[in-house]
Every structure is written in structure tokens, then in C-alpha cells.
Design a binder for this molecule. Structure first.
Ligand SMILES: [Zn+2]
Length: 79
């Protein structure tokens, strides 16, 4: 009988924690406003440097292209 009422009372509404993802400057540690392109403290760009993976992928693509070109050159020389 009381079970249903207890259930209703027991569940407190969860306070939705609105989390503002405040990022800090990697150079000086100043809190950066949202969508800030540059740090207001030291003026450095807040954009992270390109990851090494992207660079590695670019190098791999270049190497593949070179291989393709050399193979084509060999074929052309043979013919
Ligand atoms: Zn800074």
C-alpha cells in the first residue's frame, strides 16, 4: 500500500549538472572562454597542434605516391 508512495518520495530529482567545459591555456594556465581562438592571458593559439598520427598518415601517403610513381617510371622505361 505504502510501497508506491515510498517509491515516489524516495526518488529525488537529479540535479542536472551543467558542466561547462572550461579549458585552460596550455602555456600559462589561464581559463579560456568558450570558442576562444587565442588565450587572453598570453595570446597563444588555443588550437592544439596537429597530432602525430596525421603527420604519419601524410608521410605514408607520400611514400605510397612515390612508390606508385617509381613503378610507373620503371614500366615506362621498360616499354
Ligand atoms: Zn595563455
Amino acid at each position: 500500500m505504502d510501497d508506491q508512495a515510498r517509491d515516489d518520495c524516495g526518488t529525488e530529482p537529479r540535479v542536472a549538472a551543467v558542466v561547462f567545459r572550461v579549458s585552460l591555456c596550455r602555456s600559462c594556465g589561464t581559463g579560456l572562454p568558450q570558442n576562444a581562438a587565442y588565450c587572453p592571458g598570453c595570446g597563444r593559439s588555443t588550437q592544439p597542434p596537429p597530432p602525430a598520427e596525421a603527420l604519419a598518415g601524410l608521410m605514408l601517403a607520400t611514400a605510397g605516391l612515390m612508390l606508385l610513381l617509381s613503378a610507373a617510371a620503371k614500366r615506362a622505361g621498360r616499354a
